[in-house]
Each structure stands twice: as C-alpha cells, then as structure tokens.
Design a protein around this ligand. Structure first.
Ligand code: HEC
Ligand code: HEC
Length: 217
C-alpha cells in the first residue's frame, strides 16, 4: 500500500510542476452553450444530438470538460490530431472563430452524459478496477485515479478528461494510439503516452470495460 501511495504522490508532484510549467489558468474561459447548440448540426450523426454517441467506436462528448473539448477541437483544426471520420468536418470547423469553438465545447460540457454498462466478466472487472485505482508499480503503470479521479470525472481545472461512461471501443483504440505514440497532439498527450506505455492489450480491454461502466452513485 505504501508503495502505491508513493507512486500516486509522485504522479501528483509530476502533475503539479507540470501544471505550473504550462501556467494553467485557474479561472477558465467559458463559452456560450446556447450559441454552441446552433453550431453542432453536422456533429450529431456521430456524436449524437446531445453528445451521447451510440456507436462504441465513436466518443461521447456530453459532460466532458470545456478545456479538454476546446483543446481537442484546436488540435483537429491544426491537423495535430488526425482521424479519418473527423476529417469531414475540419473544413467547417476551420470557418469558426476561437470563441465559437468555446461555445461548442460549452454546449457539450453542459449536456448530461448517459451511463455505460460494463461487461460483468468477474476477472476482467477485477483487473480493470485494480489497474484503474492503484496502477501497478512493478510494471510502471500509474493509478488512473490520480488524474481522472475515483469515479472518472477527470479534473475540470486542469482539463484532464472525464472518462466515466465513455464508449468502450473508443477507449480501447485511443489507449492503443497513446501507447504507439500515434496520438501525440499537444503536451498532455505525453502524459498518456507514458501512462499507457506498459499496458498489455488485455489491460487495455479491462480498463476500457471498467471506465465504460464507471459512474458516481
Ligand atoms: C463521421 C463521424 C463524425 C462526425 C460527423 C464528427 N465526429 Fe468528432 N469524432 C469522431 C470520431 C470517430 C472521433 C474519435 C477520433 C479519434 O479516435 O482520434 C471524434 C472525436 C472528436 C472529439 C474528441 C473527443 C475526445 O474524447 O477526445 C471532439 C471534441 C469532436 N470529435 C468534436 C466533433 C464536432 C464538434 C463535430 C461537428 C463539427 C464532430 N466531432 C463531427 C467522429 C465524428
Ligand atoms: C498524470 C495524469 C494522468 C494519469 C496518471 C493518467 N491520465 Fe489519462 N489523461 C491525462 C491527460 C492530461 C489526458 C489528455 C491527453 C491529451 O490531451 O491527449 C488523458 C487522456 C486520457 C484518455 C483519452 C480520453 C479521451 O476522451 O480521448 C484516456 C482513455 C485515459 N487518459 C485513460 C487513462 C488510464 C486508463 C490511466 C491509468 C492507466 C490514465 N489515463 C492515467 C492524464 C492522466
């Protein structure tokens, strides 16, 4: 237990000095959700009308924090983050101002997220829970709770994403992309490249299943 606590506090020290380096503002800019709702018609086919995706491979955006959503939109617009399905809307996103991207982020952030249902395989759940909560020091895997919180809400101030209830297929593919370092947009991606470096496919499957079904009761 002491070893695990040490690992968690080391992660926290890392995050704090990292946050200081990036000079993350405490008071975040907030967008106008009602204007945002008028800008997302072309997004609904994949992300749902309210940001709850119905396809396991496409991420839900509902309830995600604004800073994270805004940053990812900017990465897509810049071409730093690439995805075949998202390319269709990049020309449209490029016509929007930075304020309008914030409005889209605000719209999804204020939308309520639906809850996922984990596969009840006992071994898979036990592995997912143990890795999510405690990591595995001997294998260099940090506890996910350190940054994504116990129930997966993430960290709004820092812009660490909420992962609770996220679609399972998307969680698997994106963790594999961090692991192979093909998801590499922005400095924050480095944190996840390190956190996922030593995960095996089975660990990723277990974590994705756990996160999909995770929520605050
Ligand atoms: C044809 C399907 C499709 C459409 C239309 C689409 N998206 Fe996406 N979107 C995706 C997929 C798939 C991903 C996951 C990309 C990846 O794996 O890197 C994604 C990722 C995202 C992400 C990052 C989510 C995360 O958790 O990191 C944001 C934000 C986003 N889309 C916003 C939008 C907005 C805003 C629109 C409308 C202007 C839109 N998308 C239209 C399929 C789509
Ligand atoms: C030190 C902080 C930290 C730790 C520990 C951490 N994460 Fe992350 N995680 C982040 C940050 C920051 C991002 C956003 C990275 C980016 O912008 O690409 C992120 C992104 C993610 C995403 C992508 C979310 C999305 O919507 O695309 C997933 C999935 C994820 N983390 C899962 C995990 C898992 C599983 C663990 C534990 C093995 C973990 N994280 C440990 C900080 C952390």
């Amino acid at each position: 237990m002491q070893k695990i606590l040490l690992a968690i506090s080391l992660v926290f020290i890392g995050v704090n000095s990292y946050a200081a380096e990036l000079n993350i503002p405490n008071v975040l800019k907030t967008g106008d959700a009602s204007n945002g709702s008028s800008l997302v018609a072309t997004c609904a086919a994949c992300h749902g009308n309210d940001g709850n995706s119905i396809n396991t491979d496409w991420p839900s955006l509902a309830g995600q924090n604004q800073k994270y959503l805004y940053d990812q939109l900017v990465y897509f617009v810049n071409g730093e983050r690439k995805n075949a399905l998202m390319t269709a809307v990049i020309p449209y996103l490029k016509t929007l101002s930075s304020d309008e991207l914030f409005d889209i982020a605000a719209f999804y952030a204020e939308s309520s997220a639906s809850v996922g249902q984990a596969d009840s395989d006992v071994d898979l759940l036990a592995l997912g829970e143990s890795l999510y909560r405690a990591g595995d020091l001997s294998r260099g895997i940090p506890a996910c709770t350190a940054c994504h919180s116990l129930y997966g809400e993430g960290n709004i101030q820092a812009g660490f994403p909420k992962i609770s209830g996220q679609q399972k297929g998307y969680l698997i593919s994106t963790l594999k992309e961090y692991r192979s370092q093909s998801r590499n947009a922005g400095n924050y991606a480095l944190v996840m490249q390190a956190a996922s470096a030593n995960l095996k496919d089975n660990d990723i499957e277990a974590l994705a299943n756990y996160m999909h079904g995770l929520y605050r009761k």
